[in-house]
Design a protein around this ligand. Structure first.
Ligand code: RIB
Length: 304
């Protein structure tokens, strides 16, 4: 079983010609709400990938925003461990541009109520998948418990922030984008283009700085790069028509962990995760855009 411990947000999404600059007002188009939150998105991505059962530990408020989040997770087949919080359910305000890029502001609310004592039994859990929309102290306590019980700790270090070395020492697989990698290594963000042309790659040098045996950095349309015990693996991105990149990273994380928990080797897991993330860019919204295992298999077959 995979256990995802993390955030659930109701996403308030407006599409607009472009994302407003500081101080700018833009007139957007239609407005919609979608179930989101990095943790919940990743749990749905694990569940839709199929193969192994997925459970999620989350915290919700006692308000109308909680129910759509519960419904989306349960419809996907995720087993819930829900903490009832005094704070309101987490929300995210998202502007999506014509190019499918987004800008997201999160009000974490109930997500910050997750505490060390809420971790359920890890019996039967092979992988614990976490993100950084819940308190770092809680993430570290869960990682500590998982490490002590031989559970693989997978951390998607998003949103970007520096982390204590003691937490990184408990992580088996770290998944970051370029900005998140820069925040962890205190280095300027390296662009995917520079990564492809420079030798030795500045990205590879940054990966080598991290005290984690397996680090995966996602590079958007340039694919991804993984360092597994010092060995570098590259996976190209699958080409799709981009509508909205929201939750593409979350879909990558969930699909990667689902593949690894089914004992896929890392190159195959990276391929499945990249195909799933590409498909997530073709639909508007977070959990609404996460593909099924059969859609992922079809895209992989078409691209052979
Ligand atoms: O990664 C996308 C997610 O970030 C959104 O669903 C939003 O809720 C924020 O958590």
């Amino acid at each position: 079983m995979i256990l995802v411990a993390g955030s659930a947000n109701l996403d308030f999404v407006v599409r607009a010609h472009h994302i407003p600059a500081p101080g700018e007002t833009v007139l957007g188009r239609d407005f919609q709400t979608f179930p989101g939150g990095k943790g919940a998105n990743q749990a749905v991505a694990c569940a839709r990938a199929g193969g192994v059962p997925t459970a999620m530990l989350l915290a919700l408020g006692s308000d109308a925003f909680a129910q759509p989040l519960v419904d989306s997770l349960t419809d996907a087949g995720v087993q819930l461990h829900t903490v009832q919080a005094a704070q309101p359910t987490g929300v995210a305000f998202i502007c999506v541009s014509e190019e499918g890029e987004n800008a997201i502001t999160v009000a974490p609310g109930a997500n910050h109520a997750l505490q060390a004592q809420h971790l359920p039994s890890l019996q039967g859990v092979t992988h614990l998948l976490m993100q950084l929309e819940t308190p770092v102290a809680t993430v570290q306590a869960y990682a500590q418990a998982a490490r002590a019980q031989g559970v693989q700790v997978v951390l998607n270090a998003a949103p970007a922030q520096a982390l204590p070395a003691a937490l990184l020492a408990l992580v088996d697989i770290l998944i970051v984008n370029e900005g998140e990698l820069a925040a962890l290594t205190s280095a300027p963000a390296v662009t995917a283009g520079a990564a492809a042309t420079s030798s030795p790659s500045p990205l590879a040098e940054q990966l080598a700085q991290l005290p984690v045996p397996c680090v995966v950095v996602t590079l958007g349309s340039a694919g991804c790069l993984a360092s597994v015990n010092g060995q570098l693996l590259r996976q190209a991105a699958f080409k799709v028509k981009v509508v909205d990149t929201t939750a593409a990273g979350d879909t990558f994380c969930g699909a990667l962990v689902a593949a690894l928990s089914q004992r896929a080797d890392m190159p195959l897991a990276l391929q499945r995760a990249s195909a799933a993330a590409a498909l997530a860019c073709t639909q508007l919204g977070a959990q609404s855009s996460i593909p099924s295992a059969s859609a992922v298999a079809q895209l992989m077959q078409q691209s052979v």
